[in-house]
Design a protein around this ligand. Structure first.
Ligand SMILES: [Zn+2]
Length: 341
């Protein structure tokens, strides 16, 4: 329970795959500029079985989530100035240039192309391939790491150029999780449009009669939220954040990832969700810069504020913003559906 852990605040890196499996280095910068020149990384899909309806449903669910992924990146960029206060909730105010840098990683994702519109193609760099690959194979299980079995939603591996088939970013969305999302059995919805907006209202008794409260909540998460989270671990996107001041290898995450999952033992079991991300920024602002959920929930909070404004209107007393997230709700959610790595 969060209550019993108050006063105990420690941060440990959330290690989910040993460096020996995940490689050691980010992509060289010249490679990123090549990616830019061809218009951004294009996703590839691997090991999705055309003969298997369940596998095809998983593939379709991922593809259907791409418009939401783009919405997250676009809204975060377009609202860099008007939502500067939201950026500051998740990123340290001591680093005033960091929101602008964060917009850089969102720009990288904007260039991400949906294979629904453009046939998947590899981006060639000599004989190497640079890009993002979604694979339906639980490839770390083959290497003795059962993250999906341990409740993870997904994981990402930066395969450096030194490894066979590198450099590439491999993303596996765990089959059980994705099956549940694709079939509507998981609380995480497939797309933002499928989230029941009325379910996001909280009547806490403190509101004027007839009004409601809208908090930042993990109930706003869709499959795109998981994909966006995994993208934060992809150095092909995040290198731009740390240009000029690369993350020293000793401080990189598993597999040489620039952006990791910090764990905040003081406020919950993990560092996932908007409440944990805000708390991390308050207690350990330097770590917030390399915390995946910080970048996820900046974008999530902006998207959902804009969506709810246009659909419901936000009461004036909320000052045009969602209310802060509730720690207890984060805590309960983290036990089941927020285990993405
Ligand atoms: Zn993660």
């Amino acid at each position: 329970m969060a209550v019993t852990m108050k006063g105990l605040l420690f941060i440990i890196p959330f290690v989910f795959c040993p460096s020996v499996l995940c490689g050691v280095a980010g992509l060289p910068r010249e490679r990123k500029s090549l990616v830019k020149r061809v218009g951004g990384p294009t996703p590839r899909f691997q090991n999705f079985n055309e003969q298997n309806p369940a596998s095809q449903a998983r593939l379709q669910a991922i593809q259907n989530a791409f418009p939401d992924v783009k919405e997250l990146a676009q809204q975060a960029i377009h609202n860099l100035v008007p939502y500067a206060d939201v950026y500051r909730q998740y990123l340290p105010s001591q680093a005033p240039d960091w929101p602008q840098r964060a917009a850089g990683i969102y720009h990288e994702i904007i260039d991400f192309k949906s294979p629904l519109m453009i046939p998947p193609r590899d981006i060639e760099f000599g004989h190497k391939i640079v890009g993002i690959t979604f694979t339906d194979e639980d490839f770390l299980l083959q290497e003795g790491e059962d993250h999906c079995g341990a409740g993870a939603e997904a994981y990402t591996k930066n395969v450096p150029k030194e490894e066979p088939n590198g450099p590439v970013v491999l993303i596996h969305i765990c089959r059980d999780f994705l099956d549940a999302v694709a079939s509507g059995q998981d609380l995480t919805e497939r797309t933002f449009d499928q989230i029941n907006v009325n379910g996001l209202r909280f009547g806490l008794g403190m509101d004027p009669p007839g009004s409601y409260t809208l908090k930042v909540t993990e109930d706003m998460a869709a499959l795109a939220t998981t994909i966006f989270h995994e993208f934060m671990h992809a150095n092909i996107f995040s290198d731009v954040l740390f240009s000029g001041s690369p993350i020293p290898p000793a401080q990189q995450g598993p597999g040489g990832a620039n952006i990791v999952d910090h764990q905040n033992l003081g406020v919950g079991r993990d560092g996932y969700g908007p409440y944990q991300a805000r708390m991390l920024n308050r207690q350990h602002p330097e770590l917030a810069k390399t915390h995946a959920e910080a970048y996820v929930w900046i974008a999530m909070e902006i998207v959902w504020t804009e969506r709810l404004k246009s659909r419901l209107g936000i009461p004036a007393f909320q000052n045009g913003r969602l209310l802060p997230p509730n720690p207890l709700q984060d805590e309960s959610s983290s036990s089941d559906s927020q285990m993405s790595q």
